[in-house]
Design a protein around this ligand. Structure first.
Ligand SMILES: *[C@@H]1O[C@H](CO)[C@@H](O)[C@H](O)[C@H]1NC(C)=O
Length: 120
């Protein structure tokens, strides 16, 4: 019986090795990886408006208001992306925090432009 433990241990080590050798946190991101949330380009105007209203109940949306660094361009897709990302970062960066009824996309490239810095 005691002889079976080294075999089991080797098997678990093997499973660990083929899984990539790294234990990932619950949100599925590699440690230190930067991920942003943006609006899916094909999203309807109404869904973008809904997302802005939903996110802005939770986060401070002054960035997309007149005088804010992300006011221009004044498009729904731009404004929605900025605040959907704020929401995603605030809620803990779980993939489901960027779902928005399938109108959100996670991005690994920084969407920031000019003075409009996407939080991460
Ligand atoms: C939102 O952020 C702006 C800019 O940082 C700040 O001036 C304002 O007081 C904030 N509003 C709230 C409700 O926290």
């Amino acid at each position: 019986m005691s002889n079976s433990f080294p075999i089991l241990g080797s098997f678990l080590l093997f499973l660990f090795a083929i899984s990539g050798g790294s234990l990932r946190p619950v949100n599925g991101q590699a440690p230190g990886q930067r991920v942003w949330c943006i609006a899916r380009p094909s999203t309807s105007d109404q869904a973008l408006i809904d997302n802005i209203e939903y996110a802005c109940d939770i986060v401070n949306c002054s960035m997309i208001q007149q005088g804010g660094p992300c006011f221009y361009p004044t498009s729904l897709i731009n404004h929605a992306s900025v605040v959907m990302n704020l929401y995603y970062q605030k809620m803990g960066r779980h993939y489901w925090n960027c779902d928005f009824k399938n109108s959100g996309l996670t991005a690994v490239t920084d969407p920031s432009y000019g003075d409009c810095i996407y939080e991460c």
